[in-house]
Design a protein around this ligand. Structure first.
Ligand code: FES
Length: 590
């Protein structure tokens, strides 16, 4: 099954080609002065002859491999395959390691460092003789971070997605990353499985290289990047250990060399229409809510103000077709065998803009031509979607004036219209200390509220949004409740979790004023989220509120706190956005 259909040897017919003297690296290597002597002699020091690089595109490979990132453990080998393709096509590969944002290990959250990797990517490309770049990422934040940096630099760029790991397995039970962790943790806490079972799950849930194989942030973002044209068509669905993944890496290396000669830049590919395609794709996958924050940030880097309202508008008309956990039944390996992203995009043909360009010089429409679905339970047809529409909803109200989000298919339906009594935790530690207190005044109709878990408050807006159900309620059989926070939620999580409340409580957003016993109204069909107190009481609480002390007094944390934007603006640093976006021009995406 050929899952990527590029022909790397075929340059685009009408595209003018650069000369070697027009390469950016020519300034380092091609001129004859004292500095270029230094560059050439130091390249010779590494064992290269002039014939290895003279007049050739220098391709920076930004590799996020690390000993502490299991999702990228195959990148040590894959980078050799990327280099092979670059050499074959007449380029000069230069590997540049960049910080690896390892979702399972980095504390308090990789999101705190997304913008740091974006800055590192941009500055690596700026400061070294790169003519084009290959970005190697996949574990959650690495994908948007690498793209954001490369977009700001705007050199020819191709993304090599890490690919999902194989299905998990425990005693014959198929396990999905994250989703089954939460599920069986709840069962352990409820006393339904043993410590021995739990150990078996620990050993079997992640059994190969690759990123999470549920429809978490990694699977969502790599698919979005493919739909936006920034990697080879079909690349994002290939499981990491599959030999076709190695082929894809090599072909990506071949293609980037041609992209440099033909000067294909991200700014030509990542247009407003491409961002709409990215949003549609995330929605049809029932993808991670994190994609909202990342897509907004990426769009703003590109100079387009993608809004939450645009997201909601597209959600109302986009069916969920991917039957993948946590919203569905299968895993990414099944999705690949069923036809992968190309198969799904072919089902969405009338809802996406097929004229957008991709890295291999063809339109998206050309890339998905002939794509087929081999299992229509995994990739649903348009007349049998998993969910007809509203794979995501944007909520507004006095509790979230700048918006909040919920993933309705991941929630128990009876909770989508619900009014309940607030049980408030002032921060994560408070919640951890009291959530299982047998005397906690809470029942299944209560609304759990977590404050100070947003971009500044946590800090870093961690994936705490799937707030735990109290143990005593778990034992009663309760598995979902309305939960509200300014945090994010892992794409592998599920439940009636209202997330990304903006502005966040830490900066004085209304979530800061909620008290135990207040009534909160959630109405997803009406897109409402309200705290049911009168205006005078609201004003009294606002007047009594005082700003908490900053979490950092020095270092990167201080820079972060000074410049991070709120969730509805993508949580980028203000100084990294293009000047016209920062100035409030907010050009609408359509
Ligand atoms: Fe890396 Fe989930 S831990 S993608």
């Amino acid at each position: 099954m050929a899952d990527y259909t590029m022909q790397p040897e075929s340059p685009s017919p009408a595209r003018p080609r650069k000369t070697p003297e027009q390469l950016r690296s020519h300034r380092w290597y091609g001129v004859n002065d004292l500095r270029s002597f230094g560059h050439r002699s130091r390249t010779a020091q590494m064992g290269y002859h002039r014939a290895d690089y003279a007049g050739k595109p220098v391709i920076a490979i930004i590799n996020t491999w690390s000993d502490i990132n299991p999702c990228h453990s195959h990148f040590r080998q894959r980078v050799e395959e990327v280099k092979r393709g670059i050499w074959q096509a007449g380029g000069f590969p230069v590997e540049m390691p960049a910080m690896s944002l390892s979702e399972p290990f980095q504390k308090p959250t990789t999101m705190l460092y997304r913008n740091l990797l974006a800055m590192e990517t941009e500055e690596l490309l700026r400061s070294y003789p790169a003519d084009g770049c290959v970005l190697m990422g996949g574990c959650d934040k690495t994908t948007p971070a690498l793209l954001m940096g490369a977009m700001s630099m705007d050199l020819p760029t191709i993304f090599v997605p890490a690919g999902p790991m194989l299905r998990g397995n425990w005693n014959g039970v198929t396990l999905g990353s994250g989703s089954d962790t939460w599920k069986y943790w709840a069962e352990l806490r409820a006393g339904n499985i043993t410590e021995h079972d739990w150990q078996g799950i620990e050993d079997g849930i992640a059994r190969s290289p690759g990123h999470c194989m549920t429809m978490g942030t990694a699977s969502t973002m790599t698919a979005v990047v493919e739909a936006m044209g920034m990697c080879l068509s079909g690349a994002s669905s290939i499981p990491a250990p599959d030999s076709r993944h190695a082929q894809m890496a090599s072909l990506s290396g071949r293609r980037i060399v041609e992209m440099v000669w033909e000067d294909w830049k991200p700014s030509e590919i990542m247009t407003p229409a491409a961002f709409d395609n990215g949003v549609r794709t995330a929605l049809a996958l029932s993808g991670s809510t994190n994609a909202i924050v990342h897509l907004i940030a990426m769009a703003r880097r590109a100079g387009y103000a993608l809004t939450l309202d645009r997201y909601d508008e597209l959600a109302r008309g986009t069916p969920v077709l991917a039957n993948v956990r946590p919203s569905g039944k299968y895993l990414m390996e099944d999705f690949y065998y069923a036809g992968g992203l190309r198969g799904m995009l072919a089902q969405l043909r009338d809802l996406i803009d097929t004229t957008t360009l991709t890295v291999d010089g063809r339109t998206l429409g050309e890339c998905i031509e002939g794509a087929r679905v081999f299992n229509d339970d995994v990739i649903r047809s348009r007349d049998n979607p998993l969910v007809a529409h509203d794979g995501l909803a944007v909520l507004r109200g006095n509790l979230a004036p700048d918006g909040a989000v919920i993933k309705p298919p991941a929630a128990e339906p009876h909770l989508l219209r619900h009014t309940g009594r607030a049980v408030v935790f002032r921060d994560y530690n408070d919640m951890a200390a009291r959530i299982d207190d047998p005397d906690l005044d809470i029942d299944a109709d209560s609304v759990i509220v977590l404050q100070n878990a947003g971009p500044q408050g946590a800090p870093g807006m961690p994936e705490w949004g799937q707030l735990p159900i109290p143990q005593k309620l778990l034992r009663q059989g309760v598995r979902d409740m309305v939960r509200i926070s300014d945090a994010r939620m892992s794409g592998t999580s599920y439940g009636a979790c209202v997330l990304h409340v903006a502005p966040e409580s830490y900066v004085g957003g209304p979530l800061a004023f909620v008290r135990d016993g207040d009534l909160i109204e959630l109405d997803v069909p009406a897109r409402k989220l309200n705290l049911l107190i009168d205006d005078e009481e609201f004003a009294r609480r606002r007047a009594a509120w005082s700003a908490p002390v900053p979490k950092f007094e020095r270092g990167y944390g201080k820079l972060y706190l000074r410049h991070i934007s709120q969730a509805d603006k993508g949580c980028d640093f203000d100084f990294l956005e293009p000047v016209e976006v920062r100035a409030g021009g907010d050009p609408e995406i359509h």
